[in-house]
Write a protein that binds this ligand. Structure first.
Ligand SMILES: NC(=O)c1ccc[n+]([C@@H]2O[C@H](COP(=O)([O-])OP(=O)(O)OC[C@H]3O[C@@H](n4cnc5c(N)ncnc54)[C@H](OP(=O)(O)O)[C@@H]3O)[C@@H](O)[C@H]2O)c1
Length: 324
């Protein structure tokens, strides 16, 4: 049995790893076509493998294929007869060029896409709404009060925005449970911009997205740089700096590989284990997967614990690489 953690200060208990479901966008829309389409059979196997490995929550969003990811997730969980308590769902409202009133207007679409399955966590995807944080949190609080969602989170909020969201929700006696931000051994900005300290102070869970730096931390592109040419244009553009200077991160991959040998695991398992251990219970991570082998490998990161000197060694090498 994999130990669970509290989601923020809520009563919900989540595994330290969830499954990122952006990959299930079916190639639809500007954001969804970042990944090639994954068919339902593969999605089912990835979900089954994740559940078997102890994962009990799934991160999706309105923006992932304009609801296609939500639909695929719900369709498959329902087909597999997975109960709501065994598969908590986190989704997100897309705020760009929208007002807070759209949170209320679009909630039925989210519920429909999720085939009526409970929304355990509803997140504001980006801090870019036309409306103030105050109005967005009021709309979110009303969704909790009316029983449409269980908890509220934000994503890509800086420390000040996160604190404000927390304060606004507190007026309704509702906690801000999470902030989903980019965090990996090759992107540690949330440690220097006060997000992690503020989260610890306020009891907010940090949900680390792109925890494998979209595959870079696994070492597969270091071993076979030709794989980079097979990625979608948007993925290459988004990662152009890191993909261009791939040799810069080689010392980190070497360190992950040498520790991985000791545990008889893979570098990505070491990287994920580091992420969910280094800051105690505050950080959980949501690696995405397009193959069963990814899901199998990633969930095994839950089955061991790095010791203090290994955590420190990885911390040191990662910082050295990032300072180059
Ligand atoms: N809130 C936000 O703004 C935001 C932004 C981005 C992501 N997210 C969320 O975070 C989740 C994860 O982030 P992400 O997909 O950007 O990055 P990620 O989890 O770091 O990378 C996922 C990709 O890495 C490769 N991969 C995964 N496990 C692997 C393994 N064991 N061995 C080799 N390769 C492996 C796969 O690439 P290939 O498919 O190419 O093999 C997979 O599609 C998303 O699904 C989404 O739910 C949120």
């Amino acid at each position: 049995m994999i130990p669970k953690r509290k989601l923020g200060t809520s009563d919900l208990e989540i595994s330290a790893l969830g499954l990122g479901c952006w990959q299930f966008s079916k190639g639809v829309g500007m954001i969804g076509n970042f990944w090639s389409s994954v068919d339902d059979k593969m999605i089912e196997e990835i979900i089954q493998t994740s559940l078997d490995g102890g994962i009990n929550w799934f991160d999706t969003a309105e923006a992932y294929g304009n609801g296609e990811s939500e639909k695929a997730l719900a369709r498959i969980l329902n087909k597999m007869d997975v109960t709501e308590k065994d598969a908590l769902i986190a989704t997100k409202w897309w705020p760009v060029l929208r007002r807070a009133s759209s949170i209320t207007k679009t909630i039925q679409d989210r519920i429909d896409c999720l085939q009526g399955r409970t929304i355990h966590l509803h997140q504001v995807h980006q801090p870019f709404s036309i409306s103030s944080i105050k109005k967005q949190m009021k709309a979110m609080a009303e969704l909790v009060q009316s029983g449409k969602v269980v908890t509220v989170g934000v994503s890509n909020f800086n420390a000040k925005q996160m604190r404000q969201a927390h304060e606004e929700l507190a007026q309704y006696d509702i906690p801000l449970v999470s902030n989903q931000v980019k965090y990996s051994l090759l992107d540690r900005r949330m440690e220097s911009n006060d997000v992690i300290n503020t989260a610890k102070e306020l009891g907010i869970t940090i949900i680390a997205y792109s925890p494998l730096e979209q595959g870079l931390v696994t070492g597969k592109f270091h071993k076979n740089p030709e794989l980079l040419q097979q990625l979608s244009r948007s993925r290459r553009i988004m990662n152009r700096k890191k993909f261009k200077n791939i040799t810069t991160s080689q010392p980190l991959i070497d360190t992950l590989e040498s520790i991985a040998e000791k545990y008889e695991v893979s570098p990505s398992q070491i990287a994920l284990n580091w992420l969910i251990t280094f800051h105690g219970d505050t950080v959980v991570a949501i690696p995405g997967a397009t193959k069963i082998s990814h899901a199998k490998e990633n969930i095994s990161a839950l089955s061991f614990r790095l010791n203090e000197s290994e955590l420190e060694e990885i911390d040191k090498v990662s910082k050295q690489v990032l300072s180059m």
